[in-house]
Design a protein around this ligand. Structure first.
Ligand SMILES: CC(=O)SCCNC(=O)CCNC(=O)[C@H](O)C(C)(C)COP(=O)(O)OP(=O)(O)OC[C@H]1O[C@@H](n2cnc3c(N)ncnc32)[C@H](O)[C@@H]1OP(=O)(O)O
Ligand SMILES: O=C(O)CCC(=O)C(=O)O
Length: 395
């Protein structure tokens, strides 16, 4: 087979005993992403992001939580009526009034949530499990009777006793809900416990399972993929991983992992970097430079040994090409530059130097006091000019 030029496949996947994934993406940037402290997207921004998510090909867009405000409701309704390929979804508490607002918004799916963990029952609702579950089922039945698809979402599912969770999902199944959601609301799972929990739910429940992971110990992506391997259908993501506290499973990480690790090519991931910039702009949240896929340094290289190899074949030090995710490669000059790398970079700038000139430039680079931030191309050109004028003076 001809080598894939875009990315290196993880060939060890061929030796792992897993079924091919049968998944869809529900992106929740416009709802859980917006719950990041201090973030509030305008209607125009949400519409723009919804269009971008649709262009990528995500199957479901969670457009908002319409009871939050009248403008939120208006925005969710407008997104639902944009004629997107993606289905639209909105959040609702287990309250008939919230479902009525969802119905008014013309969404395809309403996500009706309730927490059944002891902590939430005792300190949030001050009610019994059976009481809140029966209120939730009333809301579920009402939504189904009004023709909506329903996701029954168990908030804090990962601190809920498994028999309680199984029972709640079985109750929801009696109303023909379309999805049940396992929400790892405080990010307590790890990949092994995620797999265990999904398998436990599947023992009793036949409705498609959603997995909604938070990133409190940096495991949201790993847990989401573990859930998919265990048979979860709908994977929840946010762009740049924004969301409550440490955020949610990042869309870009999930989509690139699906392609590189699992061979899923359904999504147009060339939009990922452009979308990341928009979400940074609209949310005011800057992505760390070393953020996978969309960080400024995701395709930036300085080390001499890396750059010399990349100049010949980028796959030596890049798992996937920047073009694959709409990014750009950046080779920079700094403390760690080597002679071959410098020669290649200079050639790229259409400058050719004699060997001694190149060595002199290398020495200048290594001794440069501005090196902390890397040496910009204009500064490098100035150094080259200096070396050439010294040479002319010597002649
Ligand atoms: C895990 C998650 O992400 S959950 C979603 C979190 N998102 C948000 O909270 C969005 C922003 N929130 C808001 O704008 C407001 O809190 C609103 C509009 C949702 C509600 O506002 P208010 O009517 O002022 O209620 P308030 O916020 O004071 O309290 C929430 C009420 O909802 C109840 N509630 C919370 N979750 C649920 C639920 N899943 N089902 C039913 N009731 C619920 C609470 O028990 C409380 O009820 P009470 O007033 O009888 O005590
Ligand atoms: O499971 C869901 O669909 C949403 C729940 C949620 O947002 C959470 O618990 O963090």
């Amino acid at each position: 087979m001809a080598p894939n030029k875009e990315y290196s496949r993880n060939e060890m996947m061929d030796f792992i005993d897993i079924e091919p994934l049968d998944i869809e993406i529900c992106d929740v940037t416009l709802r859980d992403g917006e719950q990041t402290p201090g973030v509030a997207f305008t209607k125009e921004e949400k519409i723009d992001l919804a269009n971008e998510l649709d262009a990528i090909g995500v199957e479901v867009i969670e457009a908002g939580f319409p009871v939050v405000s009248s403008s939120e409701k208006e925005t969710v309704k407008e997104i639902s009526n944009m004629g997107l390929n993606a289905k639209t979804c909105c959040l609702a508490r287990s309250i008939i009034g919230d479902v009525d607002v969802a119905i008014d918004c013309d969404v395809d799916i309403v996500s009706i949530f309730i927490a059944l963990s002891d902590l939430h029952l005792k300190h949030k609702y001050h009610r019994s499990c059976s009481d809140v579950l029966s209120c939730s089922m009333e809301a579920v039945e009402y939504a189904k009777d009004h023709g909506l698809q329903v996701r029954f979402a168990a908030e804090d599912a990962t601190r809920t006793p498994i028999p309680t969770l199984q029972h709640a999902f079985q109750e929801a199944e009696k109303y023909n809900v379309d999805y049940v959601s396992i929400a790892d609301t405080i990010g307590i799972l790890n990949p092994s416990t995620t797999k265990y929990l999904v398998e436990k739910v599947k023992e009793k429940v036949h409705t498609p399972i959603c997995i909604h992971c938070h990133n409190d110990i940096g495991l949201a992506t790993a847990n989401t993929l573990a859930a998919a391997e265990a048979g979860a259908k709908q994977l929840h993501t946010t762009v740049n991983g924004i969301g409550e506290r440490a955020g949610n499973a990042p869309l870009e990480e999930i989509l690139v992992a699906l392609r590189v690790q699992y061979g899923i090519e359904n999504y147009d991931i060339t939009h990922l970097n452009g979308l990341a910039r928009k979400v940074e702009d609209y949310s005011g949240l800057t992505t760390p430079v070393n953020k996978a896929i969309v960080g400024k340094h995701a395709f930036t290289h300085e080390s001499g040994i890396h750059v010399m190899a990349i100049l010949e074949e980028p796959r030596t030090y890049e798992l996937f090409s920047p073009e694959m995710v709409g990014g750009v490669r950046n080779l920079i000059v700094g403390k760690h530059t080597g002679l071959k790398a410098l020669k290649g970079i200079i050639k790229d700038m259409r400058i050719s130097l004699e060997h001694e000139e190149l060595c002199a430039l290398m020495e200048k680079v290594k001794n440069c006091t501005e090196i902390k931030r890397g040496i910009s191309r204009p500064r490098l050109e100035e150094m080259i000019d200096d070396i050439r004028s010294c040479k002319r003076d010597d002649e």
